[in-house]
Design a protein around this ligand. Sequence first.
Ligand code: ARG
Length: 472
Amino acid sequence: MSQDNPKTPSQDKLWGGRFQESTDAFVERFTASVTFDQRLYRQDIAGSIAHARMLAEAGILTAAERDAITGGLEAIRADIDAGRFEWSVGLEDVHMNIESELTRRIGVTGKKLHTGRSRNDQVATDIRLWLRDEIDVIAAELTRLQSGLATLAQQEAGTLMPGFTHLQTAQPVSFGHHLLAWNEMLDRDYSRLLDCRTRMNRSPLGAAALAGTTYPIDRELTARLLGFDGICRNSLDAVSDRDFAIEFCAVGSLLMVHLSRMAEELVLWTSAQFNFITLPDRFCTGSSIMPQKKNPDVPELVRGKSGRVSGHLMGLLMLMKSQPLAYNKDNQEDKEPLFDAADTVRDCLKAFADMIPHIKARPDVMREAALRGFSTATDLADYLVRKGIPFRDAHEIVGKAVAAGVAANKDLSELPLATLQGFSDAIGEDVFSVLTLEGSVAARAHAGGTAPERVREAAAAALTQLAQRRPS
Ligand code: ARG
């Protein structure tokens, strides 16, 4: 406490001047955010150092004051890094904890740091810096997962499995093609992530509480020092906007929906009923009672965790709904959902990026399953069309052949030629080449099709494109 300030009941508060009584003990805990926003300390200190440099450039601080502040903040950062910092709930949040400690260490100069600034533009800056760093980590994990998928797709281009609609066997597809379908979903997530980063990367610093400041500040300078692409144009909007948090959760929710769809298929495919793939033991766990069990916990948990991120999206939308401009204390509630959403997305991506390259396919089982479900029925219809039969009639003919196959418990390719010819005399000896799985996929050789040669090309193209991604 400065000697020239008379002590008030809220003397320990940085804002205590106008108060006649101390804060209620419960209210102090209720309004504090330091238990969770201490996570922003690195961004808070980076923002303060940039602000101090700008104040010195503008002649508001001397070079010596700037250096004392910068040195003090760096020392505090080192102490927090090393776990040597005592956070105080009485000091409410990360911003006031650090500022008080700075003043305790370097004296009255520390009190000059907050010139031309408010916690409102400070916290808005901190969260944007924090989320920007998180997005970069998440984007790198996403790229790692996509690379794993494309590599596996290249190896498995020739592995044939049943493709499904309505979870009923539909047509044979390449396993690699299926993996590349997942990659397409994730590719869109990546571009949404970058898009969200670009819109977010503007500096609120200088908006102060809401109306800006009377000091001759240089907002472009702090923006540049902090790696922002520019400044928020309107001071009211700068302190009240949390769109970026909502956008991130929206992008994250959709990404998690994609991971949950992948997870669901992995769970199905590892079941004894499908038995299409195996996952390494190190990504599974056993049962405490059933000795035979090997449970796909990682995909199950990813599937389950997807709900959290959508929940946080809804929470943030409701948080911001109807808030008047500009800053409101409500906004303090943005952090926990945002932190948890980012942690969840990052951890789920890591789990999948680590696990997916080690999936082992069982080509024999996949093949067997594809042969069991009349998956080449469409190929037979297309064959009849090539012989001059209209598609609708061909569909009818093949439907009857399938019914015969069901009755005889045989695939179309296992029915004798004479039986097939009983349904249409357009059927010849050459029919068996289209009834094979290999013939079926090879015939779909157009762009985006499942022919193994196309899948190999698509996987190679994906890998080339992924290798060109630049870390932000
Ligand atoms: N802890 C606050 C938050 O997270 C910091 C900003 C507080 N500003 C204020 N005027 N009370 O939003």
